[in-house]
Design a protein around this ligand. Structure first.
Ligand code: MN
Length: 228
């Protein structure tokens, strides 16, 4: 290879490396928030939550929140999702809705598990202390879930040393500075129609009743302890 050809080839190679790096940087900025896989199979929560609902809920609804959030935050200073939620009153409705949607669903998948169970340890003791009994807690939580008009969420929230039940509209959550009831979400239930309509149609109360069979109380217990 003549010297001129060598220089040209070397420069060409460097240019493609630099171009590759900038493509990678662009992709990184666009994909700041990502959709994690479910920690179980789509059909793992049958018969309580059906496979098709899980596929559409995760692969279409949650994916759309992630894409919309990435588009809405493109080119802005990178912030953590928690930071976005804590300052959401200063941000656009698009970021509020999709940032909330991404956080809520990322946690919702973890709050579900095949087989379900019952709360144990300190969380169980605190539920009994603050609501009277586990059954009374379930009744109050169920009322928050079925009573939420339109789309939203029901929450078990830790406020300092006390547990309270709350519900939020749309994709709002208790971490948002605009929330009526603020605190650490220990457990959350999605009561948007997209979460249950294929199997339960308009029977939201049946969906809530079935959901108790697949609650991941170990995950809720971890949230409760880590939020002290
Ligand atoms: Mn949902």
């Amino acid at each position: 290879m003549k010297r001129r050809e060598f220089v040209a080839a070397t420069l060409g190679g460097m240019a493609s490396i630099v171009a590759g790096a900038s493509v990678q940087a662009q992709e990184k900025a666009v994909t700041a928030f990502t959709l994690a896989n479910l920690p179980y199979a789509f059909n793992a929560l049958e018969p309580y939550i059906d496979k098709m609902t899980m596929e559409i809920h995760h692969g279409k609804h949650h994916a759309a929140y992630v894409n919309n959030l990435n588009n809405a935050t493109k080119g802005t200073e990178t912030k953590s999702l928690e930071d976005i939620l804590a300052n959401v009153s200063k941000l656009s409705p698009t970021i509020r809705n999709n940032g909330g949607g991404h956080w809520n669903h990322s946690e919702f998948w973890k709050w579900l598990t095949p087989g379900g169970g019952q709360p144990t340890g300190e969380l169980a003791a605190s539920i009994t202390r603050d609501f009277g009994s586990f059954d009374k807690f379930k009744e109050q939580f169920g009322q928050a879930a079925t009573g939420r008009f339109g789309s939203g969420w029901a929450w078990l929230v830790k406020q300092h040393d006390k547990l309270v039940i709350a519900s939020t509209p749309n994709q709002d959550n208790p971490l948002m500075d605009i929330a009526d009831v603020k605190g650490i979400p220990v457990l959350g239930l999605d009561v948007w129609e997209h979460a249950y309509y294929l199997k339960y149609q308009n029977r939201r109360a049946d969906y809530v009743q079935a959901w108790w069979n697949v609650v991941n109380w170990d995950e809720a217990g971890k949230r409760f302890l880590s939020s002290k």
